[in-house]
Design a protein around this ligand. Sequence first.
Ligand SMILES: Cc1cc2nc3c(=O)[nH]c(=O)nc-3n(C[C@H](O)[C@H](O)[C@H](O)COP(=O)(O)O)c2cc1C
Length: 245
Amino acid sequence: MNDVLRTMAAHRTVRAYLPDPVPDEHLRAAVEAARCAPTSSWIQAYSLLNVTDPGERGRLAELTGGQPQVAQAGAFLVVCGDARRHRLVAERLGQPFVANLETFLLAVSDATLFAQNLVLAFESMGYGTCCIGGLRNRLPEVDALLAIPADVFPLFGLCVGRPDPAVETATRPRLPVDAILMRGRYLDDAEMLAQIDAFDAEAAAHYAERGLEGRTWTGGLWRKFTRPMRPGLHDYYTAKGARLE
Ligand SMILES: Cc1cc2nc3c(=O)[nH]c(=O)nc-3n(C[C@H](O)[C@H](O)[C@H](O)COP(=O)(O)O)c2cc1C
């Protein structure tokens, strides 16, 4: 174990924060480190919007599904995949900018690697974070509120703040290494299901310790995947300039 591995292993999502704002120098230091993440072909297809207006933060708390931490955290950041720079450069050169599924995936993967580096940077500085996928619940309204330009794709939010010590947050277990790291070939389905059952027992124990008897990991999964999630995303992202074919 080294300090980086210890910081990673201690990760837990924090949803209750002290009211202290995140000083600008801390925000800049985290972004300075996070931007060193690998990036496809050095294209750096992401940007980060720091939402500073309290009224906008309050509205975003509603738009993300009633998540109070969006308004209460020391900072609320919007992680965006970003092809706008590339389009501007192409246009200045008088060249077409040809978007397709690959250019969208480049932006999503670049932004996600950057965002995880950002989470790690903040956690190493003693902050807690909470990713907010609820940002995609009502994206057209988020878009209008924040005046997001074309070719910029808001992906998820990130709350950052000093964890409230009065609210306990535990680390959540993860699938074991052998369920993830496969040697040479993908696991067969029987082995995969055995790994899942073993993990379910661990997850059930984790829930039971918190008074949630009878809850399992797979129980939560099937509830999530039995109906289409956020069906308007195709229309929203294509309206912003993404091409998904
Ligand atoms: C892209 C993404 C979106 C998420 N969206 C939300 C969210 O909207 N609200 C929330 O409370 N947690 C959200 N989470 C946090 C997850 O629920 C959390 O990471 C997961 O349950 C594992 O818990 P842990 O981070 O404490 O280990 C999100 C996480 C990710 C990676």
